[in-house]
Design a binder for this molecule. Structure first.
Ligand code: SF4
Length: 353
């Protein structure tokens, strides 16, 4: 039996080829793209500019994958966390966060993650599989529909949910194509942020594409001794190599890098580390985001006191490093990445999800 084709994730050329294999004109592919990405319609029956015969043909040969919503948590600060089920039964999360400038969606790029950062629930259990470009896009379309229903607009996307995007390189490139295609979703890559834990070689590879997106590197520690303790990736790509790849990226793309730095009490938030951090990044065109650790049940880490955070920030500012302290959203829900998915595996069978 022939397998049905999943239209979500296919590029324009592939859709044109599909329609031509059915004896249909190229413009039908463009109509389909318009239905899926602009109107958010996934049922062939609702595609009213397709003749009935074509709709029947499509139903027999193709489908448009949709995610099944398993759980949804809404925070007091308007962040919403979704838990989705994929067709193979795997689960992923997406989070919508509300900022002054609008709604930003954080999507998953893998089921699980193999990077093993010690502060992150996504890494517990390792990587199960990569997400296809269409599966990442499905998260975007779902949330776009939800926001539209409430007269809200999606302003940007962050690849920072479950998974390390650069560990799923080809599918991420395909996703970037889908999300920015003028015929389809048409979001400028200026509104997309790709976050990596520091896969130095892949950062250099990404630089070759010269995308106008924001690259955000999760640094979290300014010395190898410290970083090795919380981010195993540092043993493969120590800070010297990572910083070289960041310098290369900035030079090649002409864009500014963001360095994320989780502030963890009694670990990396002493003044001396602010000094080390300033020295590490001072010659790179960058912005530092300080993120006080959001306490998570599975981990013993805590955020430092307000005073310590201010001292840390001041030290960076004295060294003329552009810096902001990012507020932690969704403190009252399981908003840190991987928490909701992890919790779902602990639910007794038949229990509420
Ligand atoms: S922080 Fe990112 S890279 Fe590290 S384990 Fe979590 S998802 Fe993976």
């Amino acid at each position: 039996m022939n397998q049905k084709a999943n239209f979500l994730g296919l590029k324009e050329e592939e859709l044109i080829d599909f329609f031509s294999s059915l004896g249909e004109e190229k413009y039908r592919a463009y109509q389909l793209i318009d239905w899926i990405y602009k109107k958010g319609v996934t049922s062939f029956d609702l595609m009213t500019n397709f003749p009935k015969e074509l709709r029947e043909k499509l139903k027999k040969t193709a489908f448009i994958e949709e995610l099944v919503l398993l759980d949804e948590q809404i925070s007091k600060d308007e962040s919403i966390k979704y838990l989705f089920c994929l067709p193979d039964g795997e689960k992923i999360e997406s989070v919508v966060m509300y900022y002054r400038y609008g709604y930003i969606l954080c999507v998953s790029s893998q089921v699980g993650c193999r990077m093993g950062c010690t502060f992150c629930a996504s890494g517990i259990g390792g990587r199960v599989r990569n997400l296809e470009a269409g599966e990442i896009m499905a998260q975007v379309l779902f949330v776009q529909k939800e926001l539209k229903r409430r007269d809200k607009v999606l302003k940007g996307i962050v690849l920072m949910g479950l998974g390390e995007p650069l560990d799923n390189f080809t599918n991420i490139l395909d996703f970037l194509h889908l999300v920015s295609s003028p015929l389809g979703f048409n979001m400028s890559l200026r509104h997309v942020t790709l976050s990596t834990c520091g896969l130095a070689q892949k950062i250099k590879r990404l630089a070759e594409y010269n995308y106008p997106l924001t690259l955000s590197v999760s640094l979290h520690a300014p010395t190898d001794v410290l970083r090795n303790q919380i981010m195993p990736v540092n043993r493969k790509y120590p800070l010297k190599e990572l910083m070289n790849s960041c310098r290369y990226y900035v030079k090649k793309t002409g864009s500014r890098i963001t360095f994320d730095y989780l502030l963890i009490d009694n670990f990396n938030s002493e003044k001396v580390y602010a000094y080390n951090l300033a020295n590490l990044v001072k010659k790179i065109n960058c912005h530092v985001n300080l993120i006080p650790f959001n306490p998570v049940k599975d981990f013993n880490y805590r955020p430092p006191s307000k005073n310590k955070i201010i001292e840390f920030k001041d030290m960076l500012e004295k060294s003329r490093i552009p810096v902001t302290v990012r507020r932690s959203l969704g403190r009252d829900i399981d908003a840190a990445c991987g928490q909701l998915r992890r919790k779902s595996y602990h639910q007794p069978k038949g229990g509420d999800l």
